[in-house]
Design a protein around this ligand. Structure first.
Ligand code: NAD
Ligand code: TYD
Length: 361
């Protein structure tokens, strides 16, 4: 870890955890392309993290990769001391609801113990900084709207909505959010929490609805729709989420929570139908067209949250963020990206996942 040059001429030094996963890797690409920040990327490389995802920036002078566990106290302490971050942004997590039903232990370890360990070491480091660097430091915790539980047919989640997590995944994220809040109120560590709705876009591991449906459709396999397909998610293109996080870490007020969402509610059936139509259009010679014939209703997810919807007015009014992509433009980009990156899909799925149903208990 002595590879870090500490003098970065006033540029932000960003310790990104989970930078080889879906959102973290998009965030690193955003930092490389649109900022001059220095990046340290700490990732354990679980089934969901892959070096291929950041292969294009592997040798970039502003990016360094460190393999390790966010719950490893010695490693995190040494990394923070060596890298001297301006910002620590915590993306690392076990993130899939269905896997949390099959095996919650990893979710408790990474999402709760890991976040505690990052907070503990960030606080020790922050206390050593001079006044100027203390005032600039931020710990941004990337969280989810799933901590708020399930909505009925009406209403939205705001920053004041009481927490009511229903899955082992969302319960572990809720616990970590509470720890972040406590480190701000008790110790004064300048923390921020963002709670975002469902993301989609490049580099999403193909266990999640959108990439799973695209890849199954290409092979003519069934497109599994849980229950009656009427559950609603509020979809946001991942690059819009990354822009919101960078804005929040730079402009957000310490101790605050910011909800992030695309104002783009869709039933799961609408999502799958959109994907099928895009594939029909982009693959006119496909043997499997119309792809909608592959739709298959399967047993529902246990404890399946009915509806999520975000009220993103706080981040819009206070920080001036709004999504740049519509659901239609983002989905088109996403389908095209998967069609262009089948080698990536093959590499990340190898030895890890072959599309089997998860989370039936
Ligand atoms: P992901 O599963 O694609 O990636 C997680 C990354 O964290 C992987 O690279 C993995 O190797 C790494 N990781 C896991 N355990 C680790 C550990 N103990 N130490 C270090 N690294 C570890 O997840 P994602 O979809 O990119 O989600 C990133 C964050 O955003 C998560 O905190 C998630 O809760 C949150 N979030 C996700 C969504 C979504 O729709 N995907 C929406 C809102 C919030
Ligand atoms: P998912 O992508 O797992 O995200 P989350 O559970 O965090 O919302 O699932 C999105 C929605 O799609 C959710 O309502 C469950 C549903 N779903 C299916 O219908 N079929 C599938 O194969 C998967 C993975 C999810």
């Amino acid at each position: 870890m002595s590879q870090f040059v500490r003098n970065s001429n006033g540029r932000a030094r960003v310790l990104v955890t989970g930078g080889c996963g879906f959102i973290g890797s998009n965030f690193i690409h955003h930092l490389i392309e649109d900022t001059n920040a220095e990046i340290a990327n700490l990732d354990l490389l679980t089934y969901a993290g892959n070096l291929q995802t950041v292969a294009d920036v592997a040798d970039h002078p502003r990016h360094r990769f460190v393999q390790g566990d966010i719950a490893d106290s010695n490693l995190v302490r040494q990394l923070i001391d060596d890298f001297a971050p301006t910002y620590l942004i915590n993306f690392a997590a076990e993130s899939h609801v269905d896997r949390s039903i099959d095996g919650p232990a990893d979710f408790i370890h990474t999402n709760i113990v890991g976040t505690y360990n990052l907070l503990d070491n960030a606080l020790s480091y922050w206390r050593t900084l001079d006044n100027v660097d203390q005032a600039r430091f931020r710990f941004l915790h990337v969280s989810t709207d799933e901590v708020y539980g399930s909505l009925g047919d009406h209403g939205t989640f705001s920053e004041d909505t009481p927490y009511a997590p229903n899955s082992p995944y969302s319960a572990s994220k809720a616990a970590s959010d509470h720890l972040v809040r406590a480190w701000y109120h008790t110790y004064g560590l300048p923390t921020l929490t963002t709670n975002c709705s469902n993301n989609y876009g490049p580099y999403q591991f193909p266990e999640k609805l959108i990439p799973l449906v695209i890849l199954n459709a290409l092979e003519g396999k069934p497109l599994p729709i849980y229950g009656d397909g009427q559950n609603v998610r509020d979809w946001l293109f991942v690059e819009d989420h990354c822009r919101a996080i960078w804005l929040t870490v730079n402009e957000g007020k310490p101790g605050e929570i910011y909800n992030i969402g695309g104002n783009s509610e869709k039933t799961n059936l609408e999502v799958v139908d959109t994907l099928c139509l895009l594939l029909d259009e982009l693959l006119p010679d496909s043997l499997h067209s119309p792809h909608s014939q592959l739709k298959t209703f399967v047993a529902d997810r246990p404890g399946h949250d009915w509806r999520y919807a975000i009220d993103a007015s706080k981040i819009r009014n206070q920080l001036g963020w709004q999504p740049q992509e519509t659901f239609e433009s983002g989905m088109r980009k996403t389908v095209q990206w998967y069609l262009d990156h089948l080698d990536w899909c093959e590499a990340v799925n190898a030895d890890n996942y072959d599309g089997q149903r998860l989370g039936l208990q």
